[in-house]
Design a protein around this ligand. Structure first.
Ligand code: DX5
Ligand code: ZN
Length: 222
């Protein structure tokens, strides 16, 4: 059975047509997307480079949807304020990039935005122990970060389940976000495992956006 916490559809603009980004965001807003996922890559923590503040600042004007900024960058603390200032509603940092995660989470919260902590497929859940009581959201990467369009790594299902069980044991109702290779055909698996914030790039942006969003929402039982 699906849990009762709010299930959110969060399209990742990495898969958007950047020539029509504003227009596509409006379509997704009307189609019931809950947030917009924004992948920032530095060509260092991950091999690829995506986009940064100027893009975020300009799309801030075209949609009222909250911005979920996923920082795949080293030393993210250098840029937290800038991302908050250009329109982030939540900022997610990778645990692999933070030696003092409590302090980074505190800094994010002091900026008045939600604090997320992500971990790569190969990173143990044990690394999250200090983050668990503090984070607003935990992001389980279900592909190696860096590129859209990869296939969901099946081994991550158990990790989501274990994380949800740990949170339950601690009496925490923290959001679990999943990111990478999520499609209309496998979204049920991650929902059942305990995820409730669903990022999807390719499966939302390839083909008819409105129809894709509607199918996801149907899967959510909305
Ligand atoms: C991967 C990014 C993802 C990516 C997901 O590094 O963090 O957000 O855009 O894209 P799909 O859904 O195509 O795997
Ligand atoms: Zn992402």
């Amino acid at each position: 059975m699906h849990n009762t916490r709010k299930i959110k559809l969060v399209p990742s603009i990495l898969a958007a047509d950047f020539g029509r980004l504003g227009e596509q965001l409006k379509v997704l807003e009307a189609a019931g997307a809950d947030m917009i996922h924004i992948d920032v890559m530095d060509g260092n923590f991950v091999p690829s480079i995506s986009f940064g503040m100027p893009v975020i600042r300009s799309i801030r004007k075209v949609t009222a949807l909250p911005f979920d900024v996923h920082l795949m960058i080293r030393e993210p603390e250098r840029y937290l304020k800038e991302f908050a200032d250009c329109g982030a509603d939540s900022i997610t940092v990778h645990i692999e990039t933070c030696s003092r995660i409590e302090s980074v989470i505190r800094q994010i919260k002091e900026l008045g935005v939600g604090a997320g902590v992500a971990l790569n497929p190969g990173t143990s859940l044990d690394t999250l122990s200090r983050a668990l009581p503090l984070a607003d959201m935990l992001l389980v990467m279900t592909v190696e970060p860096g590129f859209g369009g990869q296939s969901y790594m099946e081994g991550c299902t158990q990790k989501i389940r274990t994380l949800r069980a740990r949170l339950d044991q601690m009496g925490l109702d923290t959001d679990i976000e999943v990111d990478g290779g999520i499609t209309k055909d496998n979204v049920d698996v991650v929902l059942r495992a305990g995820a409730n914030v669903i990022v999807s790039g390719t499966a939302v942006f390839r083909g008819d956006l409105q129809q894709n969003a509607a199918i996801f929402r149907e899967r959510f039982g909305k």
